[in-house]
Design a protein around this ligand. Structure first.
Ligand code: DAH
Length: 358
């Protein structure tokens, strides 16, 4: 009997030692210590023994039971540790992995310049307004005091869409000025907005592309005058070109939606083949502007005897070319990776007034 017990113990312990996973170990536990297990069977046998036999065998069987339970517990701990280590190894994530050495992708100079402009005007208290690229004739022309048959319509080389059922033709907006109207119709003065975005004209050469970008500015309030316009533009151009001072020249001009209208030049020099903004003997035209025409205010249900304001419109592509020394506008839209890598900006350097624009 005692030999049988020793043999059973050896069998079970070697099976425990050989078990390679928790499932097999559990099977061993059930087949030895479980209700119908071999050790439990022997324990049951105690009941049929004489008191002497029981006295002798009781402690032996109890020891067997305890030893096997301990062995199983030890093995279980070992196997659990092995399983955990295997899982840790499999799910390992090396957070020390260095980033790719060269940054992929960059911010297009146009986007960069738009961000710079928005940042400057935000610091002057302007909101950014938006309008659709596909405009109605009313917003793009009529409400801006450019009635049908007005010669200014020809000046714009407009892309027209096919007429709808009512005979109305939508246009690809030829300028950002329709956003002025949309803003005045929807908002109570005081208004201070800029509206950067895409614009379209049927024109293409080294300085013109059929799609280009403009930024519109609009201020409407009760006492707005030309001095505010000039001061705003000076502050903007000084910040944009990152120079200590700019000198502006306001030249009389004509736009149907402003009266008076002015084209604005900045003083610059072309010495050494590069443009330097700020001082010098030359002038560079940078934008169109003026005091909002009373007819435009009236078209937006604003009373011109109460409200006045100024507006300006500026080509963003041209500003980008001037600031960052690019001379062919078409390269902006060629998607040439070498060009984009060279002229693009880091996505992580967001322009701020305090931290520097470019
Ligand atoms: N919309 C004009 C253009 O595309 C530019 C412009 C001129 C806008 C004068 C204005 C302005 O707001 O006041 O040529």
């Amino acid at each position: 009997m005692q030999q049988d017990i020793e043999k059973l113990k050896t069998e079970i312990t070697s099976a425990i030692a050989a078990s390679e996973n928790l499932d097999t170990l559990e099977e061993i536990r059930v087949s030895s210590l479980g209700k119908k297990g071999s050790v439990s069977g022997l324990m049951k046998g105690l009941g049929g023994m004489t008191p002497e036999e029981r006295k002798e065998m009781g402690p032996i069987l109890n020891a067997l039971k305890t030893d096997i339970a301990n062995e199983i517990a030890d093995r279980k701990a070992t196997l659990e540790e092995v399983a955990l280590n295997a899982r840790l190894l499999e799910e390992k994530l090396d957070v020390t992995l260095p980033p790719r050495d060269r940054q992929q992708g960059s911010i297009h100079p146009i986007s960069q310049v738009m961000d710079e402009i928005a940042e400057i005007f935000a610091s002057l208290g302007f909101d950014v307004a938006e309008g659709p690229d596909l405009e109605t004739d009313f917003y793009n022309f009529t409400a801006l005091n450019i009635p049908e048959e007005h010669p200014a319509r020809q000046m714009h080389d407009t892309f027209y869409l096919k007429p709808d059922a009512n005979g109305d033709r939508k246009v690809l907006r030829t300028h950002t000025s329709p956003v002025q109207i949309r803003t005045m119709v929807n908002k109570e003065p005081p208004i201070r907005i800029i509206a950067p975005g895409r614009t379209y004209r049927s024109d293409s050469d080294a300085t013109h592309t059929p799609m280009f970008h403009q930024v519109e500015g609009l201020v409407i309030d009760k006492d707005t005058h030309l001095g505010h316009l000039k001061g705003t533009l000076e502050a903007f151009l000084k910040a944009f070109f990152e120079v200590d001072a700019v000198t502006l020249r306001l030249r009389p001009s004509y736009f149907p939606f402003t009266e008076p209208s002015m084209e604005v030049d900045v003083q610059c020099s072309f010495e050494g083949g590069t443009v330097k903004i700020g001082d010098g003997n030359d002038w560079l035209e940078v934008l169109g502007s003026g005091m909002v025409h009373r007819k435009v205010l009236e078209a937006c249900d604003l009373d011109p005897s109460v409200y006045q304001g100024f507006a300006f419109g500026c080509g963003i592509d041209r500003l980008a070319m001037l600031k960052y020394g690019m001379n062919d506008l078409r390269a902006f839209f060629d998607s040439d990776l070498r060009w984009l890598r060279h002229y693009g900006f880091s996505a992580l350097n967001i322009p701020t007034i305090a931290g520097g624009l470019s």
